[in-house]
Write a protein that binds this ligand. Sequence first.
Ligand code: F1P
Length: 350
Amino acid sequence: MDDATAKEIREQTDAWTAVLEDLPKNHSEVFDFCRDLHETEFVFIGCGTSYYLSLCAAAVYSGITGEKARAVTASDVFLYPESIFPQNHKFLGIPISRSGSTTETIWAAKYLKNELHIETLALSCNPKSDLVKISPRSLVAEAAVEASVVMTKSFTSMLLMIQLLAAAKSRNQKYFANLKELPAKGRAVINDFEGIAKQIAENKELDYFIFLGQGPYYGLACESMLKMKEMSLSISEAYHSMEFRHGPISIIDHHTVVIFLMSDSGREHETRMLKDVKALGAKTVVVCERSAPEIKSLADYRVELNSGLSDYARLILYMPIMQLLGYHRAIGKGLDPDNPKNLTQVVILE
Ligand code: F1P
């Protein structure tokens, strides 16, 4: 029988379908509210996975709407507010939390409200949470509630909510139509490529996992790094693809695997990086829309999504395979992904 983590990873496309049905129908007032905001910077806020989600969200939101956005950790909101919220600028704070109870995120939401008088829109999977209660507006992905400690379907489902928000804000019907294709395409990716994730995870020669991505794919690389660490206790790192040459590349040896979350915009430069890391003896994995012949000859493992979707639309299709990589690595090491070491579902500070 599947453990909770595997089930949540494999069945996440059902949660995507629910989000796609629920949001436009039941939350149009939130979309209208965001459409009416002008010259307002959206500040995405979170901890752990929800911070990496914020990194991706800010890039997607700006890329699709042409409006300003940034991502910050919840702790920086109350520790360095002046560095994030200069006076005489308009902001919308978007605290993100699966549980809606992470202490720093609650503190950040309260600080925005009480000290800075900045409006907030909460994103969560728990409609009864403190975060949702203290926020005047919220978007909740109830279908993405998880039993697991590690966040998997909640990450992709909440990212999909932000993609829908960006589509609504920019009135981009084509983008919206593309997002609706994601559940079916996600199911195909999981069916076709879980085997490759397992093969990579079970390769005993590999003990150092590097995840690379550019733009919105950097947040995905960080989240992939975290899944590997949380579930399998393996050493893992994440970088912007082109940043990897600037020092971290020194770490490569025959036990290193470099995993490219390759984008269309980054492809040319990422292919050059692929060539460089291969020459240094790393094993290589490429997850991309479609491989050019050069990628085929350089990648030890390939996941081709063949989605027909743009860089900004197909993002969440990368994640199930990255999550399964961490999951199978954990199983291969005899660890229980449902009970990760030193972690709890929520971090509560007294
Ligand atoms: C954030 C988070 C998780 C992490 C851990 C504790 O939770 O940091 O990303 O895996 O188990 O909580 P949340 O604020 O999104 O509920």
